[in-house]
Design a protein around this ligand. Structure first.
Ligand SMILES: [Zn+2]
Ligand SMILES: [Zn+2]
Length: 212
């Protein structure tokens, strides 16, 4: 499996170009800068068929409209983040001024399996950072793309329409079940589930009665 990470866009979200090594097609996860990513696709001779979105925040969907227009790729997003991605939510309204509205071709749900780029992406609903936050697991590669649900030794903020209780459930119940997986987050460097089980500062809440 090949994973190219390109931090880009208005606040440097990690955009990922992903494929099985021998696949002429690829998926792009959270395209934040269309010209930059399209240039990379052309350089490598790759065709993007799927745009997979971890959530609807402007910094992750900034390049969606333009990349879709250039490639004809289908866009996948959870329905609960659709209005946010379309630029209709109040959050970030000033910062996202100029955002081209992003619309999904398909809404994803827990357990969906998306065949793309020679790989299978399994949808894991992980609300908390946003209501429609999802992670994409490539089980045969023990890899998970977590968006802003989980970072290296951190998690995404929950003060912009999120819910800390939901985020804890998503982290402890769902992501921590992915033993041995490598984590590719929405910002900053990659990590592993085992590392996070040991060092994530939120683990102090793991057995806290508030979050049980
Ligand atoms: Zn976010
Ligand atoms: Zn983000």
């Amino acid at each position: 499996m090949e994973i190219i990470v390109i931090p880009c866009g208005p606040v440097m979200a990690n955009s990922y170009i992903v494929r099985r090594e021998d696949s002429p097609t690829c998926a792009v996860i959270d395209p934040a800068d269309a010209p930059l990513l399209y240039g990379e696709l052309q350089k490598k001779g790759l065709t993007c068929t799927h745009i997979l979105l971890t959530h609807g925040h402007f910094d992750h969907v900034w390049g969606v409209a333009d990349l879709k227009e250039k490639t004809g790729a289908r866009v996948y997003l959870h329905e609960a983040d659709a209005s946010m991605a379309a630029g209709k939510a109040a959050y970030f309204s000033a910062m996202s001024y100029g955002l081209k509205p992003c619309t999904a071709d398909e809404f994803v749900r827990e357990g969906d399996r998306i065949e793309a780029a020679g790989l299978t992406f399994r949808v894991i609903e992980t609300p908390g950072h946003t209501q429609g936050g999802v992670c994409y697991a490539v089980d045969e590669e023990k890899t998970v793309f977590t968006g802003d649900t989980l970072f290296c030794e951190s998690v995404g903020r929950t003060d912009l329409g999120g819910d800390i209780h939901q985020l804890m459930d998503s982290l402890f119940q769902k992501l921590y079940a992915l033993g041995g997986y490598t984590v590719y987050p929405g910002h900053e460097e990659s990590t592993t589930i085992e590392h996070e089980k040991q060092f994530n500062p939120l683990n102090v809440y793991r057995d806290h009665p508030w979050f049980s």
